[in-house]
Design a protein around this ligand. Structure first.
Ligand code: DC
Length: 233
């Protein structure tokens, strides 16, 4: 009998970084991507673009069938720049527009719909290509890339996450109150973690990193060690 096993190419490597908003996963995912020279998937941006479309076109946010159909045709592209990744919808730059709190809240509401998650699943998996992918989101390790080579789940306490989010928005020229941000984050965590489809939770094999008292550099260094220990460099 011929051994065909050795002819089967293994899929490109994937590192997943999941966790609630404000844990620093986006910043770390980008730093690791730049370090490894891999591709980057900001899965939250896909949900946010959908949120933007629903808000802009004043669609009924409860119309799952319609929103699922829009999600399946969603034309989103990413262009990596030095400091940030530009996000385009139908060829129009929406990088800043999708970062508002309102857009994040709408994204989280639409993300509970199975039709939306199903439509975006294929799009997300299509990002997996050589030399490798770093994917950031809520269900990257549990649902989208359960066979990932390394899965990380980041956490941090709510006050610290609200403070980080505040500074992040301020840098972008978007102003919000710290108290409102804390409330929004808690509500969004609750919705993302308790939905039936792909809830926010660590996969059983994920490495849990509490970043509350860690600097960006410390977290980046820790993740680099994990990457090396998993033979991914
Ligand atoms: O990571 P973010 O804040 O940009 O994500 C916005 C919302 O999108 C988040 O509150 C829930 C949803 N989301 C999701 O359900 N699954 C993902 N993989 C990424 C984001």
């Amino acid at each position: 009998m011929t051994d065909v096993g050795s002819d089967i190419e293994s899929p490109p490597a994937v590192i997943t970084i999941d966790g609630p908003s404000g844990t620093g996963k986006g910043t770390i995912a980008r730093a690791i991507c730049n370090w490894l020279g891999w591709h980057f998937l900001d899965s939250g941006a896909l949900y946010r673009v959908l949120g933007l479309v629903v808000r802009r076109d004043r669609l009924d946010p409860g119309d799952e069938a319609k929103i699922g159909s829009i999600a399946s045709k969603l034309d989103v592209s990413f262009v990596r720049m030095e400091e940030e990744t530009k996000v385009y919808h139908d060829g129009v730059d929406c990088t800043l527009a999708i970062r508002t709190e309102e857009c994040g809240i709408t994204a989280s509401r639409l993300a509970v719909f199975p039709a939306v998650r199903k439509a975006l699943l294929r799009k997300q998996r299509a990002f997996r290509s050589s030399p490798g992918l770093v994917a950031d989101g809520r269900d990257m390790g549990t649902v989208v890339f359960p066979d990932a080579d390394l899965q990380i789940f980041m956490t941090a306490n709510v006050d610290e996450r609200a403070r980080r989010r505040y500074n992040q928005l301020k840098k972008k020229g978007i102003y919000a109150s710290l108290a409102d941000l804390s409330k929004d984050i808690e509500e969004r965590d609750e919705r993302d973690a308790t939905r039936e489809q792909s809830p926010l939770k660590p996969s059983p094999t994920a490495v849990i990193l509490d970043t509350t008292v860690m600097s960006i550099q410390e977290v980046t260094d820790k993740v680099k060690i994990l990457v090396r220990n998993h033979g991914l460099t």
